[in-house]
Design a protein around this ligand. Structure first.
Ligand SMILES: Cc1cc2nc3c(=O)[nH]c(=O)nc-3n(C[C@H](O)[C@H](O)[C@H](O)COP(=O)(O)OP(=O)(O)OC[C@H]3O[C@@H](n4cnc5c(N)ncnc54)[C@H](O)[C@@H]3O)c2cc1C
Length: 434
């Protein structure tokens, strides 16, 4: 049984489908969403550059021979080999038994315990987050246009992104494109009235990547009038805005929290396993969970070592939590699971990263290529679009995204605000009275 229908879970299930002999094993995948979300394109959904449904691919369409169960995992009992899955619509809890368990539950946004983050910021992790962010931005502009010039209007027109990693930079670049496209609808507001700020506690943007990438990104965003606050951490967030370590305060009504993730909290209290300091499950090089036979873990929820005996304090001794790695870990884990069923030896996971890319919007990007070669600007952006379009699961999805990109050249972004995040957004099903 596989828990989680994201990149890692689906990649493992696909390999099992391909390699298992008829009758050798039944594969079930349990996930709270019935689709896989293609996260690299999530920033473009939040800016309205791509339609929401075009970056999600139903699990059932990807796995024709696997049983799919829609359910939120609420309890895992490793001793009884039983999982409780709560149906997100009916609320019913199903007790599911397994022989082999694969944990692929991914990660959640980490607030690092900073006061006010949960209440006053918008994460960007799920498809609902992207849709909410887009609508909240439009709502802020609608409100600003009827607010007198002054501090209240300035706060409404200040948009902040906390976290200068590749997701934060992509979101900032995308939002600048969004404002260029839609602010003309909001007369008398002008583009110069909109303030976009990126806050990064480290010494540069993209702090984990080669300096040329961070430097290019800073130049590019500054040229597009994005204010960069570098080397200053957030201490508190409230309804007025962001308080920084330096004592500065940035008044903002729309704050995107993109400062990091931590492994799924469902795994936090699992007994008899080893947890890393962020709660991730420590696995052996073959991705079997340390201390538990018949349990495997991969993707963002696992700490997969590059070598046996890797030091938990050495970040570089473990494979990073990226989609690129999750997708490659899946087939190796499936092969090892099959090897275990057949009493054959397992093999360690080995993978050399193909690099990292970020799209900055406005037809610019940065890319770290194999061999450490850095590409910036238009060629990096073309590479990003070509590579990720090819990786998007489902031919129909690829065509839809391609069409979104083509239409984006011809028409401005949509400013229809869907108030999905309010109670009013939910319609009542009324029974016609007799
Ligand atoms: C905005 C954004 C942009 C990104 N861009 C890139 C990029 O360009 N390149 C890259 O390599 N990586 C990127 N990443 C990182 C990448 O998304 C993750 O590393 C990848 O998704 C990890 O795959 P996974 O299968 O472990 O987790 P996920 O893909 O998150 O899948 C976890 C699955 O488990 C399900 N689930 C979670 N909890 C429960 C529960 N309690 N019960 C039932 N089901 C549950 C979820 O619904 C989901 O289907 C990005 C991430 C974000 C947020």
């Amino acid at each position: 049984m596989i828990l989680g229908g994201g990149f890692a879970g689906v990649a493992a299930a696909r390999r099992l489908e391909r390699r298992l002999q008829p009758g050798e094993a039944d594969v079930t995948i349990v996930s709270r969403d019935n689709f896989t979300l293609f996260t690299p394109m999530l920033p473009e959904v939040s800016s309205g550059g791509i339609e929401t449904r075009h970056i999600v691919t139903p699990v059932r369409a990807q796995l024709r021979h696997t049983t799919f169960v829609l359910g939120e995992i609420v309890r895992i009992d490793l001793d009884l080999r039983e999982v409780d899955a709560q149906h997100p619509i009916t609320g019913d809890v199903a007790k599911l038994q397994y022989d082999q368990l694969v944990l692929a539950l991914g990660s959640v946004t980490s607030t690092f315990g900073i006061p006010g983050v949960t209440e006053h910021t918008l994460p960007l992790k799920t498809i609902e987050d992207a849709e909410t962010l887009r609508n909240r931005i439009i709502a802020a502009l609608e409100q600003a246009v009827v607010t007198k010039p002054g501090p209240d209007r300035d706060r409404l027109l200040t948009f902040a992104v906390v976290g200068g990693g590749y997701t934060g930079c992509e979101v900032a670049g995308e939002l600048v494109d969004l404002f260029r496209s839609i602010v003309p609808f909001y007369r008398p507001l002008r583009l110069a009235d909109v303030r976009m700020v990126v806050i990064e506690a480290g010494r540069a943007l993209l702090p984990d990547l080669p300096p040329q990438m961070g430097e290019y990104t800073m130049r590019n965003l500054r040229r597009r009038k994005v204010e960069l606050v570098i080397g200053d951490g957030v201490t508190r967030i409230d309804e007025r805005g962001i308080a920084l370590q330096s004592g500065a305060v940035i008044p903002s009504a729309t704050i995107v929290w993109s400062a990091g993730v931590r492994p799924s909290p469902v795994l936090k209290d699992l007994p008899g396993v080893e947890h890393a300091r962020n709660g991730g499950l420590v696995v052996n090089p073959d991705m079997s969970v340390v201390g538990r036979e018949g349990v495997w873990a991969l993707g963002d929820c696992a700490w997969v070592p590059m070598k046996p005996g890797a030091d938990l304090n050495d970040k570089n001794a473990w494979y990073p939590a990226t989609a690129q790695h999750a997708i490659r870990e899946g087939p190796t884990l499936a092969d090892n699971l099959i090897a275990t069923l057949r009493n054959e030896p397992t093999r360690p996971f080995h993978y050399t990263s193909m690099g990292t890319m970020a799209s900055l919007g406005a037809r610019r990007g940065v890319a770290l290529m194999p061999g450490g070669f850095v590409l910036t600007g238009f060629p990096a952006w073309v590479l990003w679009r070509t590579y990720y379009l090819a990786r998007l699961p489902g031919l129909d999805r690829r065509f839809r995204v391609l069409l979104d990109w083509t239409l984006g050249v011809l028409f401005p972004r949509d400013i229809a605000e869907m108030r999905l995040y309010t109670e009013r957004g939910r319609s009542e099903t009324k029974t016609p009275s007799a």
